[in-house]
Design a protein around this ligand. Structure first.
Ligand SMILES: [Zn+2]
Ligand SMILES: [Zn+2]
Length: 354
């Protein structure tokens, strides 16, 4: 940590380029003022920022925490270029990422340590401006050093931290066989996380052959198209101890429980639309000792995520399929929305992000 007395490394511009969502399904790239840096904040020059499924929900006007107009972007990495007067542990030049979730610290959920359930949760890139811009300001308390990780990897720490929080919620039974729906960027992180956490086999299902190939490369024992699913029965004739949804598709979630072994668990990881409903048989839940575990966002798991990426426990570099300059903001969103083969789409900003 190179805590510096200087508040700025060099003269900063007064304006920056930013991708914005003005209202649902209305976007632009504009020149806007630099964010205000409060006394407890650091200003980060963004090198890379990734598009997440949440950004797509925000774009489509389907995310309750979102406020418009908004500069989205909550998965990012970059370099600190200025610090507020009260900042002590970070300095100009530090290579960092951040936990985008800003819990209030005072409500009953925060007081019991469930900061992701905060009653007054602010989220960088969701309820306040985020990192699809050349600069983003965040409180020092959520900043985490990325050391020698590349910025591309650093911008993947946030999703890995969501996986890490889910793993803590899940308390995986060692030797479990897992059936995982969805081989996108999250699914391909989950494959690695589950194998590392003691799963004896992970079977992945997706509709995109290119994604299945990536899941195989990153450790999936079987990677199947939906109509090939019966082949998974050889691996787990009595059903799977763990079934994971990383698609957020209600029909997939509804069908998933049928693959669980008695005593098994369904982990709801994907983000379904807020108004979606699925049908389960309560009798089946009762009769077969089934459990459902949800996990939302991050609860103090960003440092663990940095360790997991640095150690190679979760290899994220192959998951970045597209890197676009922020001027191509709309095109990046289009790729994230419509290209079935895309994995993580990241925006870059100047030389650092190249
Ligand atoms: Zn995200
Ligand atoms: Zn709170």
């Amino acid at each position: 940590m190179n805590a510096s007395n200087a508040t700025e490394a060099r003269a900063l511009p007064t304006t920056m380029r930013a991708g914005r969502i003005l209202a649902p399904n209305r976007v632009d790239v504009a020149t806007v003022p630099l964010p205000v840096v409060g006394p407890d904040d650091v200003l980060v020059r963004v090198a890379r920022a990734g598009i997440c499924g949440t950004d797509i929900h925000i774009l489509e006007g389907d995310y309750e925490l979102a406020r418009f107009p908004l500069i989205p972007g909550h998965e990012f990495a970059g370099t600190i270029v200025a610090v507020g007067a009260n900042v002590r542990l970070h300095g100009v030049g530090d290579r960092v990422t951040a936990d985008p979730n800003l819990p209030c610290g005072r409500c009953p959920e925060c007081q019991r340590g469930a900061v992701n359930q905060c009653h007054d949760l602010a989220v960088v890139g969701v309820s306040r401006d985020g990192a699809f811009a050349e600069y983003v300001a965040v409180p020092e308390r959520v900043v985490v050093d990325i050391g020698d990780l590349s910025f591309a990897e650093g911008a993947m720490v946030e999703p890995v931290a969501c996986v890490a929080w889910g793993l803590k919620r899940l308390r995986l039974e060692p030797g479990s066989r897992a059936l995982l729906f969805g081989a996108g960027p999250m699914g391909c992180q989950l494959v690695q996380a589950l194998k590392g956490a003691g799963a004896s086999a992970v079977v992945v299902v997706d509709v995109a052959p290119s994604r299945l190939a990536m899941a195989r490369r990153l450790g999936a024992d079987l990677a199947l198209l939906p109509d090939e699913l019966p082949a998974a029965r050889d691996l787990a004739p009595l059903g799977f101890e763990l079934v994971v949804d990383a698609t957020g598709v209600p029909a997939v979630i509804e069908g998933a429980l049928a693959h669980a072994r008695p005593g098994g668990t369904l982990w709801v990881f994907g983000v379904a639309p807020g108004d979606a409903r699925v049908k389960f048989s309560p009798y089946e839940m009762f009769r077969r000792d089934l459990s459902i575990v949800g996990s939302f966002a991050i609860n103090q798991t960003v440092p663990a995520a940095v360790s997991m990426v640095r150690s190679g426990a979760i290899d994220v570099a192959p998951l970045v399929s597209h890197v676009l300059d922020i001027e191509r903001f709309e095109e990046g969103l289009e790729i994230a929305l419509h290209d079935p083969d895309r994995m993580k789409v990241q925006f870059s900003f100047g030389e650092d992000g190249a």
